[in-house]
Ligand binder design. Structure first.
Ligand code: NAD
Length: 467
């Protein structure tokens, strides 16, 4: 059993302070966890800075080997990591196991990429080459909904490119990340990967740190704006993966009974605590009643409980703040729409809310316009698909969206009009390590994953030689 330590300069160290990590299914303290001081954060940055030149000079084949070794360790310890993830995050054990194996797969994917020198011009008068160089120290900041896999959007490409890292998990879900740090600490040279926790008080210091060259941030739009401001004084590179209010648009040619399970899964996976969850659903008026009742049946049948129990489909909300926020939006939705399933908070310990379907609600209601990040889905009726797309686009967010239809040409034409970083057809929220991912408008800046995601951890350097 781990006693949870920070990872600084290749050593497991106690935090200068401690904090409690709560199991959201029981509200009991799951573990005492180290909380880094500002001085320890500075030590982590200094360790990364010292380790960077050696790691940058390490042949890429060796760096890939290390990523592969980390993937092996994650898989070997999948059972323990998944259990811990369920206990700190709340998600059902099957989903947690999927996240752990997905994390390993993301590490493995980056072992297959290279950063070849690109020859731009090789003519009589000059040879021009484009090189990809590592940046230096990367600050990687992760939220609480997918602590491991979102870390794996950042750490493997940053390491492959030759950077050193200070990784900061979210204060309410630091344990699986700290345990992983303990498991992999000898795979990498000391200081190449450092893990420093906080109680939501050190993100600003990491962002402003003069020795950090880039911040790779996933979290809310409000915090993303603070990161952008904090990074400005030192002109850091930033990648921001932020909030969303993804719309799904269901056309009139869809069979409600057949399609409702996929729509339900798109909205309620991880209890709706997914940046690219379907957060508002527009359904054509001709199938609206039937779709609402199919969704309500699925919500009524969903098994809500402790993620460690067999059969649980939806766990608790991850933390009290989020629980209170979703309850507030639910109370408001009871006034602006009609709850046809769920809508209740079970009388028990844990941050549970029954999966809720709200109909007869429309744009302008808080539940439709805001990011709920919880298990309460507004279903909105529309007449004209072009108007539905316009309403989907009339949001400051632009992370993802989806069109559902049995006519792929029709769906594709509407997908082209959606103003978001990803658009899916007849599915929602599919991510893979080789598919670049990023948000439009206030949902983000830059790209993660794929070759484009790797490039964001590098400095483009042109060498131009006269002949
Ligand atoms: P959050 O913004 O509150 O916190 C995210 C991280 O930022 C945490 O580690 C937190 O400690 C840290 N942080 C807090 N203050 C900071 C500051 N001033 N400077 C730097 N870092 C700071 O987000 P959350 O509530 O943990 O996560 C939920 C949000 O994340 C939702 O809006 C969701 O849509 C979004 N999200 C986006 C993506 C994506 O890829 N676009 C993925 C998952 C979650």
């Amino acid at each position: 059993m781990s006693d949870y330590r920070l990872l600084i300069g290749g050593k497991l160290v106690a935090g200068d302070q401690m904090m409690d990590v709560v199991n959201p299914a029981t509200e009991e303290v799951l573990a005492k966890c180290p909380r880094a001081s500002k001085a320890q954060l500075d030590q982590a940055v200094a360790a990364a800075k010292a380790a960077f030149p050696g790691w940058a000079a390490t042949p890429i084949a060796e760096r890939k080997k290390a990523l592969g070794a980390i993937a092996d360790i994650i898989e070997k310890n999948a059972g323990e990591l998944a259990r811990l993830l369920t206990q700190e995050q709340g998600k059902p054990i099957g989903d947690a196991t999927g996240e752990v194996y997905g994390t390993a797969a993301f590490f493995r994917y980056f072992t297959m990429l290279d950063m070849p020198v690109k020859v731009i011009d090789d003519s009589e008068h000059r040879r021009v080459e484009a090189h990809r160089k590592p940046l230096g120290v990367i600050g990687a900041i992760v939220p609480w909904n997918f602590p491991l896999i979102l870390m794996a959007f950042k750490v493997p490409p940053a390491l492959l490119a030759g950077n050193a890292i200070v990784l900061k998990p979210a204060p309410t879900t630091p344990l699986s990340t700290l345990r992983l740090g303990e498991l992999i600490k000898d795979v990498l040279p000391a200081g190449v990967l450092n893990i420093s926790t906080d109680a939501n008080d050190l993100g600003g210091a990491l962002t402003a740190h003069p020795d950090v060259r880039k911040i790779s941030f996933t979290g809310s739009t409000a915090t993303g704006a603070k990161v952008m401001a904090g990074a400005a004084a030192t002109l850091k590179r930033i990648t921001l993966e932020l909030g969303g209010n993804d719309a799904g648009i269901v056309l009139d040619d869809v069979d409600p009974k057949k399609t409702a399970p996929a729509l339900f899964q798109s909205a309620f996976q991880n209890n709706g605590q997914v940046c690219i969850a379907m957060k508002r659903l527009y359904v054509h008026e001709s199938i609206y009643d039937e779709m609402c009742s199919e969704l309500a049946k699925l919500a009524d049948a969903a098994i809500v409980g402790n993620g460690l129990e067999q059969g649980t489909q939806l766990g608790p909300l991850q933390n009290r703040m989020q629980f209170e926020k979703v309850k507030e939006l639910l109370d408001d939705a009871k006034k602006t729409g009609k709850v046809i399933a769920g809508g209740t908070v079970p009388d028990q310990a844990g941050f549970f809310i029954k999966p809720t379907i709200v109909r007869d609600i429309t744009d302008g209601a808080r539940l439709v316009d805001e990011e709920q990040f919880g298990p309460v889905l507004p279903v909105i009726s529309y007449k004209d698909p072009e108007d539905a797309v316009a309403r989907a686009n009339a949001s400051p967010y632009g992370l993802g969206g989806s069109i559902w239809s049995s006519d792929l040409d029709r769906a594709y034409a509407l997908a082209e009009k959606m103003d978001s970083g990803s658009v899916w057809v007849n599915k929602h929220a599919e991510l893979a390590p080789n598919i670049p991912f990023g948000g439009a408008k206030q949902s983000g800046l830059g790209t993660e994953l794929g070759e484009e995601g790797l490039a964001e951890f590098t400095q483009l350097k042109i060498i131009n030689v006269a002949r």
